[in-house]
Design a protein around this ligand. Structure first.
Ligand code: ADP
Ligand code: MG
Length: 489
């Protein structure tokens, strides 16, 4: 009984002047946005049914229609409706039996009373087989949202070229400046924070600048996967495919994230092949070379390596300084804050992990200085970056090595420096020298000095001796492995 009451409520809404009038205005706006063709395919079929709490309900005749409309226009319908009636938070579309009368185009003559024909499909809502999944239009990202904004800061002008990235940079330039497709795909790889994403965006900017009609699509592999899975869920893979295959330049960043997701891999591969077959430019990035990608099918890996593979190496001091100078110039132009060369040199020496951290360290120092209103000094820099510098300085010292090795072989620490030549102490000492050479950046003479002022040739001899012994002595080899692991922990 109560259900009936409820339905009467919906009827009243659907046919009340209010609901109808709002819907008419919303439809009007949609028709203007979408054009007549799209409007009649996607909006016209929606039959306004009623209101259920903060939900406006509609009916269509197929799941395909429901899912497509929700994915493409759901959010917009909600937004427009809310402007008229802020109490509305979402829409729900159910799949109903086709109306018996030929009412594909519902009539919305204002205030038209419900005819019995209109009422019939309504009851289907609470019938034994109600609408299947009531997909919501409130999902954060529409299924076909491919927008890929390019970061305005990531241009070729802002990219500093050095030995470690000149090849990747030249390849990126070539792709961006050629009217045709010089190599396909361009595969960029490096460890994190060395400029892959920057280069891809730079290519995108440059291509758009030269020919705004070329369609450039940039997205992360994760987003590609996410979009694809959504398209599957909404049974909308056709539109997904068409959208991707209509681009001139496709860039997929961090492709290692696709590994192991089989259906996504498959779709990625098809899209990739289709684009390459049609001579569209594809640019891929990853954190390792195509052949080192794990969990990706062989044929995909091999195809990824068909074009040009370019890697970016870790930065050297000159490049780090160059990057810092360029960032410092920008900071000066923007905020009028001057960072002295000696600070930049200090950072270029100390922050070696990657460019992202390098930039971050400079920004932190500048932000701190401007907050406290003091000039940037070396002391301040060291203080502000304490944790970061300590982390990158978490280097193993020769003293640590000596201590660990002495402990391990049960000899006295002083024997590391002593002149005793007994095998029981001489061999551990040689092992410690060997480890010092391997695990610290110290030179042979420096190491010699730390071992009781020994000559560098003694250290060299020790290193060779241990290398030789390791090759033939299983126990010693394991001892050294274990020591290394303990020191690194
Ligand atoms: P990746 O994608 O390889 O992880 P990014 O492209 O995100 O690295 O780069 C990390 C940060 O370092 C970005 O802010 C980028 O602008 C900057 N960067 C990297 N390489 C350079 C370079 N050669 N010149 C200027 N900035 C760089
Ligand atoms: Mg990146």
């Amino acid at each position: 009984m109560s259900e009936n009451k409820n339905e009467i409520g919906k009827d009243e809404f659907a046919t009340s002047g209010d609901g109808q009038a709002i819907w008419q205005r919303v439809r009007h706006r949609l028709r203007r946005d979408l054009g007549d063709g799209t409007f009649s395919s996607w909006v016209k079929p929606l039959a306004l049914k009623g209101r259920d709490g903060n939900k406006v309900t509609f009916g269509v005749t197929t799941p395909f229609m429901r899912d497509s409309i929700l994915a493409r226009y759901g959010n917009r319908i909600v937004d427009y409706w809310r402007e008229e009636d802020p109490a509305v938070a979402e829409i729900e579309i159910s799949v109903d039996a086709p109306p018996r009368d030929e009412a594909a185009e519902p009539s919305f003559k204002s205030g038209a009373p419900a005819t019995p024909a209109n009422v019939t499909p309504l009851r289907a809502v609470s019938a034994p087989q109600p609408a299947q999944s009531a997909a919501r239009a409130k999902d954060p990202v529409s299924a076909l949202d491919f927008d890929a904004p390019l970061d305005a800061r990531y241009t070729f002008d802002d990219f500093v070229v050095g030995k470690s990235n000149e090849f990747a940079h030249a390849a990126a330039r070539r792709v961006a400046e050629s009217p045709n497709v010089p190599f396909n795909p361009l595969f960029l790889y490096s460890s994190v924070g060395l400029g892959k994403t920057h280069l891809m965006h730079a290519i995108g900017h440059e291509i758009r600048r030269r020919d705004p009609s070329r369609k450039v699509l940039y997205l992360s592999a994760e987003k590609f996967m996410f979009q694809f899975v959504r398209a599957l869920r909404y049974k909308d893979t056709m539109a997904f495919k068409q959208k991707f295959r209509a681009v001139d330049v496709l860039m997929i960043d961090d492709v290692q994230f696709i590994s192991g997701k089989n259906s996504t891999q498959e779709e990625f591969f098809h899209t990739f092949n289709a684009l390459i077959d049609h001579n569209r430019q594809v640019i891929i990035s990853a954190d390792r070379s195509p052949s080192d990608l794990e969990g990706i099918e062989e044929r995909i890996k091999s195809r990824l390596g068909w074009g040009l593979v370019a890697d970016i190496h870790p930065t050297d001091y000159e490049l780090r300084l160059g990057i810092l100078q360029s960032k410092a110039e920008r900071i000066y132009a923007r905020d009028g804050i001057q960072v002295e060369p000696k600070i930049l040199e200090f950072l270029a020496h100390k922050v070696m992990s990657n460019v992202r951290e390098l930039e971050g360290s400079l920004n932190r120092v500048v932000a701190f200085a401007s907050l406290v209103g003091r000039p940037i000094t070396l002391e301040m820099t060291q203080e502000v970056l304490q944790d970061l510098l300590r982390a990158s300085e978490r280097k193993i010292s020769i003293e640590e090595i000596q201590r660990k090795v002495a402990e391990y072989f049960n000899i006295r620490l002083s024997d590391m420096h002593s002149a005793r030549r007994a095998r029981a102490v001489a061999r551990p000492r040689q092992i410690a020298m060997y480890l010092a050479k391997q695990m610290t950046p110290r030179s042979l003479p420096e190491i010699g000095r730390k071992f009781g002022g020994r000559d560098h040739t003694t250290v060299m001899y020790a290193v060779r001796k241990i290398e030789e012994l390791r090759a033939g002595d299983r126990t010693l080899d394991e001892d050294i492995d274990l020591l290394k692991r303990m020191l690194e922990a």
